[in-house]
Each structure stands twice: as structure tokens, then as C-alpha cells.
Design a protein around this ligand. Structure first.
Ligand code: IMP
Length: 433
């Protein structure tokens, strides 16, 4: 059974934990888009692991992990993550980590040009500054360096010679910076190639071969649907397809091979960086959501405080539609435990009308006012509850209302960061049905 897991909001939905749970039944776990802008947190016992690039499945022994062709790889960050995991006694090597030959490489000029652009006040996106956008720009512009190029001096030289002169001109003439040295880049990136050579493979063949052998594959999405470059709140998005379709292009697996799509949603909403966020709340309420629970709402990659707000079902419904979601997993339900009132947005007021479908026009979205349904809070701690029926009645009502508004069932509920703090209702697993 092959499952795609996606975020349904603006990222940070707690996907790391759900990926970890579902990877128990998977043989192979695949990242298919994004890069080290992601921050997937997994708690094993009392130990916290934060992964940025390597699929979280690596934390379970006997699993294989793939970094697909749709990912942009910063080799330096990747090697550091490998070292970090080895330091924590995680078994990791070319036997269980496979990197696509075709994945594009994040180069130092990607990070540099992004930083310079983000320092301008006009047009800031509030990116993670990991070079993600410029790397995808070069990929689409057909001037990118791929992982396989790091294994060939002639290929890397050809690619760099073609592109570096133009980059250096921009750095010097537009930003008044010094250019980058061709020789230094060659030396550094060929060294990464030597260090990573055994990991770099034809991962599309590897995955399709595994599918033929009836292996279970979990495709883990990073970021969230509203950050998708096509379907998100453009231009305040990341530069890849974070939605379920991205799994096919980003891994080299046909859509007929995908059996199920799972959407992860937080019990409320957060966003980092700039861009529209209709249900955002400010002040005391935002601080309360941000600082409740054992792990606060601060970016795992950048440490930035996340903007917080109420659950927006216009957003979640759009995600169900775009991704073809079969089941939802709801996370951080426990964060709402102390509240006497909880609000759900099911529609926006725009001028004199109501909008139920997420608008694609930024100007409309910016003027949308959320219309809330008020629900009574349960005001009972939930982190120790393991059985859905034992949840407070008001919490069950909240879940039922979400299911009604989303049009799909919630199969998994998370009520704390630990593996054990989970309630499973439906069979949502990569085990063969
Ligand atoms: P980039 O992906 O670094 O280019 O950033 C583009 C936008 O996506 C910014 O608003 C980031 O804050 C946001 N973003 C990127 N990665 C994540 C993530 O893992 N979680 C939440 N937001 C993210």
C-alpha cells in the first residue's frame, strides 16, 4: 500500500509525528519536494529528533529512506544531518538512505542571492533563507546542478562555467557584492560528491522496483498545501509542489501507484513568514496558543515565532479537494484543553457576500473576514486519554464538526508529542489491507 501524507495548512501541522507513526508499517519512506527548509519533529521516549532533509523514517531501524528527484539538496546540510543522527546512534548509510541522481543541488549562490533579496523590504516572502527558491528557479531555468553532477568533474565544470559568470554579474552589479570563486566551488562540491557518492542512485527505478515487489511506501510531504507553488497563497509560498501530486513528479512514481492520501491538520492554524492568514489572532490569545503545551509554536528550522489563529475550514476543505484526501490526522488537540471557547471558521465574508471556497485572488483573500462558529471548550486535560470514546464530549463535538465541514473522517488524533499520545480510530496505515 502506498500512502502520500501532506500538510493541509501552512506547514508545521505536526507531520513529523504522524509520519513516524505511519512509517511503522512502511518499508520505504520518501521525501519528494522541498529541502532543508522543513523541520519534522519526532519524540522517541524523552528524546527529541528534528529532521530537516532526511525522511523521519530513518529513526526506525530496518526502514529505507529516499530523497527523491523533486527535493533540492544542500549537501553540506545533509552531511551535517547524517553526522547529527550518527551522534545519536541512528544507523544511517548508503544501505538505508538513497538520494536521487536528479535532485537539484542548493549552491552557496542560492543562499546568498536569497538573503540579499529578502533583505529588501519590497517583495519579502519571509523565507527560511536556505536557498530553496533560487535553487528551484535554476532548476526550472535549466541551469541547475544535480546531485549526479557532483560525481563528475567535467559535468560540474560545464554547469558552473555556464552559470557562474551570470550569477557573479548579478551579485556585483545589482547587489554590489563580491562574486564567488569558480575554483573554490569546484573543490568544495566535488568533495561533497566524494563523500556522498554511494548514496546517489536512480531512486525512481529503486521505488518502482519496490512497488513491483509489493513493498509499502510512505511519501512524506513537507510544508503544507497553502505553501504549494501552484495551489497556495501565491506568491507567499514555497517553491515546490507540496500537494499530493508532487509525490508522483518528485519521486518518479505514477499516480496509479498511489493508494491513499492522508492530510495532517492542526486543531488550530499557524503560519510562519509573510502572507495572508484570515483567521490569525493577535495579542493575548495568540500568545496563549503559541506557548501552550510542552512544545511551543516556534519554527524548528529558524526559531521564528509562528503566527497563530483559529481553525480555518475554508483552508482545510480546499486541501481535501486539491490533494484528494482520504483521511485526516488532527494534531495538537491538547493545546485547546484549557480554553472555555473555541472558534471554527467555515466561511469568509467578502464585501456583501459569503465565500465558502478558498479564493485564488490575493486581493480578495486579503479583504476576507472570517465568520466564526463558537463552540464550548472541554476544559479537561486530554494528553493521557487513549480511547476516542473517553475524550470529553465537547472535544468529540469539535471533531465531529470538523469532519462534517471537511467531508472526510479524522482517523488519527494526537494529544501530545510522544508516540504514545495518539488515538487511532480508522485503519490508516501502510499495512496491506
Ligand atoms: P522557503 O521555503 O524557505 O522559500 O520559504 C517560503 C515560505 O514557506 C515562507 O513563508 C516560509 O516561512 C515557509 N516555509 C518553508 N518551509 C516551511 C516549513 O517547514 N513550515 C512552515 N513554513 C515553511
Amino acid at each position: 500500500m502506498n500512502i502520500v501524507l501532506v500538510g493541509t495548512q501552512w506547514g508545521d501541522e505536526g507531520k513529523g509525528k504522524i509520519i513516524d507513526l505511519l512509517s511503522e508499517d512502511a518499508n520505504i519512506i520518501v521525501r519528494y519536494q522541498g529541502g532543508n527548509n522543513a523541520g519534522h519533529t519526532v519524540m522517541i521516549g524523552d528524546e527529541e529528533f528534528i529532521l530537516h532533509l532526511i525522511p523521519s523514517g530513518i529513526l526506525r531501524s530496518s526502514k529505507e529512506c529516499v530523497i527523491g528527484n523533486g527535493v533540492v539538496v544542500d549537501p553540506k546540510a545533509l552531511l551535517e544531518e547524517i553526522q547529527m543522527l550518527r551522534g545519536k546512534k541512528i544507523d544511517i548509510g548508503p544501505h538505508n538512505l538513497h538520494i536521487s541522481k536528479s535532485a537539484n543541488v542548493i549552491m552557496p549562490y542560492h543562499k546568498l542571492t536569497e538573503r540579499l533579496k529578502e533583505e529588501e523590504t519590497i517583495g519579502r516572502i519571509g523565507t527560511t533563507r536556505r536557498g530553496i527558491g533560487p535553487a528551484y528557479l535554476d532548476k526550472a531555468g535549466r541551469v541547475g546542478v544535480r546531485m549526479v553532477d557532483l560525481l563528475s568533474k567535467t559535468q560540474l565544470a560545464w554547469k558552473l562555467k555556464r552559470h557562474l559568470d551570470e550569477i557573479n554579474l548579478i551579485l556585483q552589479k545589482v547587489y554590489g557584492e563580491e562574486g564567488l570563486s569558480y575554483e573554490q566551488l569546484m573543490e568544495e562540491y566535488l568533495k561533497y560528491g566524494r563523500e556522498l557518492k554511494d548514496y546517489i542512485k536512480d531512486t525512481a527505478s529503486l521505488l518502482n522496483c519496490a512497488i513491483k515487489k509489493n513493498k509499502n511506501i510512505l511519501f512524506e510531504g513537507a510544508q503544507g498545501t497553502m505553501l504549494d507553488v501552484d495551489h497556495g497563497t501565491y506568491p507567499f509560498v514555497t517553491s515546490s509542489n507540496t500537494t499530493a501530486g508532487g509525490a508522483c513528479t518528485g519521486a518518479g512514481v505514477g499516480p496509479t501507484k498511489i493508494d491513499e492520501v492522508v492530510g495532517v491538520m492542526k486543531a488550530y492554524t499557524t503560519r510562519v513568514g509573510e502572507g495572508p492568514f484570515p483567521t490569525e489572532v493577535k495579542g493575548e490569545m495568540a500568545d496563549k496558543l503559541r506557548n501552550a503545551g510542552p512544545v511551543g509554536e516556534y519554527g524548528r528550522s529558524t526559531g521564528r515565532p509562528r503566527r497563530c489563529g483559529w481553525l480555518d475550514m475554508v483552508v482545510v476543505r480546499r486541501s481535501v479537494l486539491i490533494n484528494g484526501i482520504d483521511f485526516l490526522a488532527i494534531t495538537r488537540l491538547d493545546i485547546l484543553d484549557d480554553l472555555d471557547k473555541i472558534y471554527i471558521c467555515n466561511k469568509y465574508k467578502y464585501k456583501n457576500t459569503y465565500i465558502y471556497d478558498f479564493p485564488e485572488e490575493l486581493e480578495i483573500l486579503q479583504d476576507c473576514v472570517p465568520v466564526y462558529e463558537e463552540m464550548k471548550g472541554w476544559e479537561i486535560p486530554t494528553p493521557e486519554i487513549r480511547d476516542f470514546e473517553k475524550l470529553p464530549e465537547k472535544a468529540k463535538e469539535y471533531i465531529a464538526r470538523i469532519e462534517e465541514l471537511a467531508g472526510v473522517k479524522i482517523g488519527i488524533l494526537s494529544i501530545g508529542p510522544k508516540r504514545s499520545q495518539t488515538i487511532r480510530r480508522e485503519k490508516v496505515s501502510t499495512a496491506k489491507k
